[in-house]
Design a protein around this ligand. Structure first.
Ligand code: PLP
Length: 371
């Protein structure tokens, strides 16, 4: 045996290229100090909870846990197709939209391919790129908005995927559909454009679209959606994507055979049909964005203008008033926001909009902190 062979025989298996460059995803905090009421505003979960119809569907589905789920998630795709007027042949469901993002990486990326996303883009994009040994290419934003010219300028012959969260997390900003179309028009047709529309339902802007029409008229655009935010089903892990048939046929090859569980299929189908519950959530959010933004600004905090169900709140550089210190103070009162240093905002916190009572409590607690 040569020396090299004996060394490798004695050492633990090494990860493939790129894996050790991944920073492990840290979810928002979820525990308050002992004995204090918890206000979890760290993961953009809805304060309204899921539709009662979804809960009923889960109960019914739970009577047959011995059976494998429908591997095609047909009931869920049927409901999505009906609600959005989409052909189910162009839909694919995932164990959360995170899984769909991973599937896109698994299906399209080869070692040293390039994956473009923006500087404050969702953290999963970098993880997806590195998992496939691809090279993350981070592009500057302009005023915390995706910059189409900067993205187009970063495209090279090695570019395979562009991930665009619209609206983006953690900024809450969006770019108008005209800009998304201009981005698409400037791309080589072999580049996959992923429109991650996790917060689409919340957006109330005439120039915003999640991307359905662009998907329908292209060969290289995929829109991903989630049940984790407005539908209040984060615990069940349900996502879906709408894509040209040619892309669906590729993604189906890397999808796990039973990737969406039976409770998720049943709950998702019921939730997406509950227009009343969705409307309530949208209305509550619309009021909360305006109110909480105004109240925080009155107290001297800069808030990035958001169209999502969360706010990016920037803190003063003054010692004693920083985001980290605010985070510690809020946590001591049971309020959990999201530190966003990993997103390139060392002096900001992301706040999910809660119930009116919780929002008022955050505002008064921040007033105490800033006094
Ligand atoms: C929350 C979120 C998702 C959704 O993830 P799931 O895996 O469906 O829970 C996707 N993209 C962005 C930008 C998000 O903020």
């Amino acid at each position: 045996m040569t020396n090299t062979q004996s060394q490798s025989a004695n050492s633990a298996p090494q990860a493939k290229k790129g894996i050790m460059d991944i920073s492990i995803y840290m979810p928002g905090k979820s525990a308050a100090p002992a004995g204090i009421k918890l206000h979890k505003l760290s993961s953009n979960e809805t304060p309204l909870g899921p539709s009662p119809k979804a809960l009923k569907a889960i109960q019914e589905a739970s009577e047959h846990l011995e059976l494998y789920p429908d591997g095609q998630s047909d009931a869920l795709k049927k409901a999505i197709g009906e609600v959005y007027g989409l052909n189910t042949d162009n839909l694919i469901c995932g164990n959360g939209s995170d899984e769909l993002l991973s599937m896109i990486g698994a299906a399209y990326l080869e070692t040293d391919d390039e994956v473009i996303f923006t500087e404050h883009g969702f953290l999963m994009y970098k993880i997806v790129a590195l998992t496939s040994g691809a090279v993350p290419v981070v592009v500057k934003e302009t005023n915390e908005h995706a910059d189409v010219d900067a993205i187009l300028a970063a495209v090279t012959p090695r570019t395979r995927i562009i991930f665009l969260a619209n609206p983006n997390n953690p900024t809450g900003t969006y770019i108008p559909m005209d800009e998304v179309r201009r981005l698409h028009a400037g791309l080589p047709t072999n580049v996959v454009l992923v429109l991650d529309a996790a917060y689409a339902e919340y957006v109330r802007r005439n120039d915003y679209e999640a991307g359905v029409e662009l998907v329908a008229s292209s060969q290289n655009v995929i829109m991903t959606r989630t049940f984790s935010k407005i539908h209040g089903l984060a615990a069940l892990r349900i996502g879906w994507a709408y894509a040209p048939r040619s892309m669906i046929e590729i993604l189906e090859r890397v999808r796990g055979p039973f990737n969406v569980n039976a409770l998720a299929i049943a709950a998702g189908a019921a939730a997406i049909r509950d227009r009343n519950h969705i409307d309530k959530a949208v209305l509550h959010n619309e009021k909360s964005i305006l109110h909480v933004t105004a109240e925080l600004e009155k107290r001297g905090l800069r808030v990035t203008p958001s169209v999502g169900n969360f706010l990016l709140v920037h803190f003063p550089e003054t010692t004693g008033k920083s985001a980290a210190e605010a985070d510690a103070y809020l946590t001591s009162k049971g309020i959990l926001l999201r530190a966003v240093t990993g997103y390139g905002f060392p002096n900001a916190l992301r706040m999910t909009l809660g119930t009116d009572e919780t929002n008022a409590f955050v505002i008064s607690t921040l007033s105490e902190f800033l006094a």
